[in-house]
Design a protein around this ligand. Sequence first.
Ligand SMILES: [Zn+2]
Length: 1019
Amino acid sequence: MVGFCGDDKPGRPSGLSSGDSGREHPVRKRQKTVRMKEKLSAAALCVGVGSFSDPPDLPGLAHYLEHMVFMGSEKYPDENAFDVFIKKHGGSDNASTDCERTVFQFEIQRKFFREALDRWAQFFISPLLKADSLEREVKAVDSEFQMNLPVDSYRKQQLFSTMAKVGHPMAKFMWGNLASLQQKPSEQGINVHQRLGEFRRTFYSAQYMTLAVQSAETLDTLEEWVSEVFSAVPNNGCPAPNFDDYKDTFDTPNFYKLYKMVPVKSVNQLEITWSLPCQMKHYRVKPLHYLGWLLGHEGKGSVFNLLKKNMWALGLYAGNNELGFEHNTTNAVFNVIVVLTDEGLRNVKEVITVVFQYIQMLQRLGPCRRVYQEIQTIEDKDFRFKDETDPIDYVENVCENMQLYPPQHYLTGDILMFQYDEQVLAEAQNLLTPDRASLLLVSPQFTADCQLRELWFETPYCVSDIPSDWKEAWKDLLENPELHLPAENRFIAKDFSLKEHDLKDSKYPVKILDTPWSRLWYRPDTKFHQPKAYVHFYLKSPLIGRTPQSVVLLDLFLNILAQNLTAVAYDADVAQLVYKFVAEDSGMVIKVSGFSEKLPLLFETIVDYMADFSVTEEMFDAVKTQLRRSYYNHVIKPMQLVRDVRLSILEKVKWTTLDKRQAMRPLVRDDILQFVGQFRRRLYVEGLVQGNYTRQEALQFEEYLVRKLCCSPVPQNLLPGLRVMQIPSGDHVCRFKSFHRSDANSVITNYYQSRPGDIHRLVLMELMVMLMEEPCFDYLRTQEQLGYAVFPTCRDTAGILGFSVTVQTQATNFSVTEADAKMEKFLEEFDKILKNMTEENFSAQVTALVTLKLCADLHLGEEVDRNWEKIVDQTYLFDRLEREIAALHEFSLSELQAWYREHAFTDRHKLSIQVVGEGGSESLTKVRQGQTEDMEADDDCDSGDEGEDEEDDEEDDDSEDEEEEEMEEDCQEANGMDEADLQLEMLPVEEEEAAGTNISDIPAFKRGLTVFPVTHITS
Ligand SMILES: [Zn+2]
């Protein structure tokens, strides 16, 4: 949520499509996993102005301008000229607008850095801001807003804006959309073009700007370049925007109330919020960090520990997120956010009481030096042994810090705790009193109560006084004997020495153990010389994947295990020892990493909890409810749904989130206990230990795991590989409605399947997608204005290659049929681009990709991820990167052109997955009877366990509160569509649209297909 426009350019498709299941890898993950031996050069510029400075009659103008400066300059007049240049040389760029700052950043190969700086600086020297670009780009801004419309955190933020004092900058609508930037201004006769220019001249001025550059040149050279390029940035000499007059932002009757809000996601949440004076001058003490640490603690004696014991909460966050909205010159927010169980929601007054009791205890005891120093030590060590970050992220952070801290703290001001100051800490914690708090309850259960609509997001909410008996109870808080300060943390590392090891010259992991039940790979750290390590184990079981139940049981197991571990593993977590469980196709993965000294302690704790697994009835029910909600929250996102459905068609056996939701309904506590018993009895274990350990120490991890879990041999034929369906030639369309019935977002992924891959074809396709990225953005987003998120992706689905183009658009603007037609048109446009490509251009692009692949890893984790991938996919091709580089030099432009023509046109196997959003012509055609716009209207109480028929007429959303509660008791579940069994609602495709098939029944479609053999890309 950095700013309002965090990921402005969808140049990071891996985030949107990456295979968390491990089944499918978006091939191009250059941003994350591949680094140059010579690192990329990067620059970031922060303008000390943001949405707070939006004129009252043009909400969103600052954000709009951030977009507009990309649209050509006097020196480089083409729209997107900078993007074209950056993409051509293997870089990326982005920008974001926050309350008081706007940040631009890019990265590129070093040899093009000087030129890129010059092109980029024109954003700030002489942007054209042409009227016709204005017309186009406002749609991108609007589409960005539409895309973020169903995001609860943004909705909540806008709701908080309504509580601010009238006329306060925090009361603004900072996103901007078509209404605020075009329709309303034109009704009022406002000349937006002119105002945008004025805004730029006033605020995009050198005295407000800070710049950070990172490149391997000498400092002198960099300084010379910067002064050559940036001295042309105008400086109007005006004083900086100042909001000092806006004090006590939320000291209004509106704030000290009880709010209720209906979320988009299915979740129950309590949010207690305090507004404090600006805390920036206390950055050396960081009182809110200290308080957030204590209130957010999950160990014994903590708020969360007590709430969980009562089964009232499954998660808790406390503190200030340090982004503009919560941390600015007018105010600092302190939040306690509790994810409630249904039981917790029923006892919400008691939940709040526990939070207040804990704070009162802190106030009574006064600030604790011992705890403060513990946090200080952790932050110090973390900084001292910090992994290198991406240059582009690093400069982004530094240029912002330059606006906030004195020069000696540019690099540390946001991280370190410099000084224990009892008075500052006491002042802050004494402000957190019950009578200064605002209360917000979030739950789908409040639909009937919430009759008000927030102006911009139309979030349903309501507001009332805090009940007087609550207030009365909080006047005299009793001491709660179960609450106390955290004990000393035994996971904090003290030994940072480096181990001697006997493997000096191997570049790749070495197999140091191979038994019928386990295999272990090991590699010491020969590059980074840090006292850290990574330990990954894949526990494979023939049980997993056979049925949707088995997949659900694994999810349940991992979630309960994580809950069981919280109290003990929380200390490890804050001491920067990371642990993570991942559900994979054939079992689970345990990953631990961090300072090597205490890592075995964490690993053994986890294994102990697995070996002595237990769960109470209440915990089982709470986790099950939570997981069911998270499945629902997954499928209402069209981007995730489109992926789920695509893979369910492509993979021979694939349980979608919908299957899982359905399969989980009958499961009870005994099922999970039985499952865990069976799972443990027959496991094949494969591990990787990398980092600051000797071979002997590496073996001890495997030994502990195998001994504790009593692993026994599993024949390999019980662990079959993944197989992929062959999409027949022609076009196949699968079109269905979005589950979120008031969301206009549609998503289309057009996937073009190739065949079993080898390295040669893989890199060919990778290069093609790289070439496609910028034209795709330019054609589909800038020219055709389909939407904010448009991107091509390279697909390696269990060894079967393909590529796709994805577009997120709004049904109110384009039907999926129109969008698909434009996407097809783009393929033709791209064909022309390829045809006209010169050999010179082609080899420049090959060089760019080779350079990217020659990346040096920034830290050990990147190397580990790459190696682990080869272990999970069982190719053990640790030198694949080198092979890919060799292959890149093998093919010609004409081969690429031919490959593209074949796959895009002459022999294409196209699978188009289309999620249709609300409000367009297509979604209207097939609305079934009784289905209303509001998702809360669906209720599935009487349709039975495996009910296929859930189309019975439902209550309208104006049903009375009492009725809802009755139903809730009946079926023991919260109301709402999220509790019904969901099924894809297929929509028809006109015959002339699909040259192949309209897929209306996925299993039937798959029955007619050939299956590819198990494929590994090894040669
Ligand atoms: Zn934006």
